[in-house]
Design a protein around this ligand. Structure first.
Ligand code: ADP
Ligand code: AMP
Length: 216
């Protein structure tokens, strides 16, 4: 199964991606996670990406597309993958289509997690993440078992720098201008599925499984 997850920042893509990749045994490829790992390791890529990410801007297409192509060329993607946070621009979507086409592949579906704007600010400002394993929690909707400790690796949770109110607003603007048009792009390809992302995490996951079960 080759899946793209679409949706505004804070829609629940990372949360659902983890559940989907476990169930379907496919790698979860999050460009945001790749950038954050590089930032924490202070690689040249991380140093460049940080300038954009901290301001709520997108990392340039040339950089991001190269990273995704390299990742999709790895052996574990042969039987499928789940892209979370990519593509985010028309150029990225075109590059992905060409890359897959050149390799005789295509995606099974672009799954939009549909969450209206009024839910987003609370979801993102309440998000806490594990800097070690990347697990994501919410102080109200998905709290860890022990306050501010990761359930998986027991590390202290942190708030992402780009989850402050002003950066969230900038990211939503960027989403509207650059990423939202991709919904029509995949609709035109007859490849769009939509799930209502406003319910509880397990409810959304159940709906996603029903959708993916029907996808060819
Ligand atoms: P994205 O990857 O789309 O930016 P996340 O999966 O990190 O979004 O979710 C954003 C925040 O909202 C996290 O704190 C997460 O725990 C929380 N969250 C995710 N799904 C739901 C949901 N269905 N209901 C309430 N909160 C949710
Ligand atoms: P995310 O973890 O998906 O919320 O991404 C965090 C940040 O990483 C975004 O706000 C962007 O700055 C950057 N980023 C992630 N994916 C992409 C992408 N496909 N294109 C450009 N920038 C990206």
């Amino acid at each position: 199964m080759k899946i793209i997850l679409l949706g505004p920042p804070g829609a629940g893509k990372g949360t659902q991606a983890k559940l989907i990749s476990e169930k379907y045994v496919i790698p979860h490829i999050s460009t945001g996670d790749i950038f954050r790992k590089n930032i924490s390791e202070k690689t040249p890529l991380g140093i460049e990406a940080k300038r954009y990410i901290d301001n709520g801007q997108l990392v340039p297409d040339e950089v991001t597309i190269g990273i995704v192509k390299d990742r999709l060329s790895m052996d574990d993607c042969e039987n499928g993958f789940l892209l979370d946070g990519f593509p985010r621009t028309a150029m990225q979507a075109d590059a992905l289509d060409s890359f897959l086409n050149d390799n005789g592949q295509k995606i099974n579906t672009a799954l939009l997690i549909d969450v209206p704007k009024e839910f987003i600010l609370e979801r993102m400002t309440g998000r806490r993440v594990c800097p070690s394993c990347g697990a994501s929690y919410h102080i109200k909707f998905n709290p860890p078992k022990v306050e501010m400790k990761c359930d998986i690796c027991n590390n202290s949770l942190i708030q992402r720098k780009d989850d402050t109110e002003s950066t969230v607003k900038e990211r939503l603007d960027v989403y509207d201008k650059q990423t939202q048009p991709l919904i029509q792009y995949y609709k035109d390809q007859n490849n769009l599925s939509v799930v209502n992302g406003t319910g509880e995490i397990n409810e959304v996951f159940g709906d996603i499984c029903n959708i993916l079960g029907a996808v060819k």
